[in-house]
Every structure is written in structure tokens, then in C-alpha cells.
Design a protein around this ligand. Structure first.
Ligand code: ZN
Ligand code: ZN
Length: 59
């Protein structure tokens, strides 16, 4: 389970939208190395395209 950042309720990890408040759990990253925008339904630590470290983009 993860906690919805909007309504603070539990969400099953298989869901990419919150069943309580309807928000879509999408995380957007922009990779500095390959210059691609990446949308993920979870936390990404590495770029799926070039393996660059994305951890400095967290917030
Ligand atoms: Zn929610
Ligand atoms: Zn990349």
C-alpha cells in the first residue's frame, strides 16, 4: 500500500488512480542526460531510457 499525497488514504500499489479522491498517481521526470520527459506511475530512481540517476529530481 502507498499513501495518497492528496487525501492521505491507503491506495493499492496496482492502482494508478486514487479510488478515494480520483487523483492520478503520476510522477513526471525530465532526464538531464537524454533530455526526455518521463511519466511514471511510481517513484523512478533511474531513467528507463539511458539509466541516468534521477534521484536529484525528487521534489
Ligand atoms: Zn487520494
Ligand atoms: Zn535518460
Amino acid at each position: 500500500m502507498v499513501i495518497c499525497p492528496y487525501c492521505q488514504k491507503d491506495i493499492h500499489l496496482d492502482l494508478d488512480t486514487c479510488p478515494h479522491c480520483g487523483v492520478t498517481m503520476i510522477y513526471l521526470y525530465k532526464c538531464k542526460r537524454c533530455n526526455q520527459e518521463i511519466a511514471a506511475t511510481g517513484i523512478l530512481k533511474f531513467c528507463p531510457l539511458c539509466d541516468a540517476d534521477l534521484s536529484d529530481q525528487m521534489n
